[in-house]
Design a protein around this ligand. Structure first.
Ligand code: NAD
Ligand code: ZN
Length: 360
């Protein structure tokens, strides 16, 4: 039979530039259905009381909802926001605007989907389970690396699994890239979220799913990561380039997949609530068997930026804890297949994963 190629959505509109945040009002205006249909701004609560909030184009009955990014997004959290919006307004919102890191961007995507789809967000975790278009949604990253601003997934922690809602309706309708918004990010967090991008590149470029489409984006993202984390850029150049690295890294995995670090990081996230960026770093450090060059360069970047990764994360875990993490990791089949090919089960055993987790 003839090979079927996947047909992916891309973000149809994007603005890039320092200060572009101030154009948000004019971007949203033509998307306002009428005065009763508000825009809902989901904003990382790190910005509460800052000048950024005064710059939000809030009119009519628009609403700002501050959300903490201390924990990664959950399906019950999405359900609660959707219920609140349904209870409070007679009309569907004109749109959802997510402002923050991967956590807020993923929440915005999920809320936009669930406003037009029945049931709980957890029923849509998986691939192509969403059948009704979402409402208009806009992503505005304030920290660079995840690629959540371009991807067709929103990663949520559900009652049974940590898994994305991967669908054609997940992708943002509009993205606004204003590198100045990332100015306040602390050094550790900058590194961990930036390394998410670096690890996307390594996993994509070394995966069996790689094709010229993914490679072209992955190579560009990797080059930008090297400039940012090993070069000698000005702070402003560094912010610009990391924002575009994130974009290209996200595009690279659209047509391929992530790999071993992500599969194992999901296990850490599910059991211990370890956040995505740092979880990836904790795992990646021990993956020289799979990504020797990538891990060597990662060590160089850790040293250059004097980042001390936390230790003994798994030191006191029980047998059943290890089992849970291993099961979550092993359930990410496309990631393993991308990393190691269709015979991945020959190389990857529960014992092997356990040995790696024990080092963390
Ligand atoms: P995050 O959104 O969790 O934020 C990390 C920290 O940085 C938070 O404390 C936040 O308040 C702070 N922060 C953000 N912007 C700031 C700013 N400008 N100034 C000061 N502090 C700021 O971090 P993240 O690493 O961007 O996102 C991680 C999430 O992204 C995870 O939930 C992960 O599952 C998800 N993710 C999604 C995709 C996707 O394609 N959908 C891809 C990768 C990761
Ligand atoms: Zn990632």
């Amino acid at each position: 039979s003839q090979k079927k190629y996947r047909n992916f959505p891309m973000v149809p509109r994007v603005v890039f530039g320092n200060g572009s945040f101030d154009q948000l009002g004019e971007i949203l205006m033509p998307r306002r259905n009428h005065s009763e249909a508000p825009f809902i701004f989901l904003v990382d609560d790190v910005f509460e009381g800052t000048g950024l909030i005064d710059r939000l184009p809030v009119i009519f009955n628009d609403q700002i909802i501050f959300i903490s990014a201390d924990e990664e997004p959950k399906t019950i959290q999405v359900d609660a926001i959707v219920k609140r919006l349904r209870d409070e307004f007679t009309e569907l919102p004109s749109g959802i605007v997510g402002i923050g890191g991967g956590t807020l961007l993923d929440l915005a995507k999920a809320v936009a989907i669930m406003l037009t789809n029945k049931g709980s967000a957890c029923e849509y975790q998986g691939w192509d389970l969403v059948h009704r278009p979402s409402i208009y949604h806009v992503g505005i990253p304030t920290i660079s690396g995840t690629g959540a601003e371009v991807s067709r997934t929103t990663v949520l922690l559900g009652p049974e699994k940590k898994l994305g809602i991967n669908s054609d309706y997940t992708t943002f309708d509009q993205v606004l890239l204003d590198p100045e918004l990332t100015k306040g990010v602390g050094k550790e967090q900058w590194f961990y979220t930036g390394m998410d991008c670096y690890i996307h590149c390594i996993e994509s470029l070394n995966g069996t799913y790689l094709n010229a489409f993914s490679q072209s984006y992955g190579e560009k993202a990797l080059e930008l990561c090297k400039e940012v984390f090993l070069g000698d850029l000005s702070p402003s150049e560094s912010r610009d380039k990391l924002m575009m690295a994130s974009w290209h890294g996200g595009m690279s995995i659209a047509y391929s997949q992530v790999g071993v670090a992500h599969a194992m990081s999901y296990g850490l996230g599910y059991l211990l609530g370890v956040k995505h960026g740092i979880g990836n770093c904790l795992v990646f450090k021990h993956l020289d068997e799979f990504y020797p060059d990538g891990v060597a360069l990662f060590d160089t970047m850790l040293k250059k930026h004097r980042i001390q990764l936390p230790k003994n994360i798994c030191a006191t875990l029980s047998e059943s804890d290890f089992e849970t993490m291993i099961n979550v990791a092993l359930s990410m089949e496309p990631l393993w297949e991308n990393a190691l090919g269709s015979n991945w089960q020959k190389t990857i055993t529960p014992e092997k994963l356990r040995a790696i987790y024990q080092k963390i």
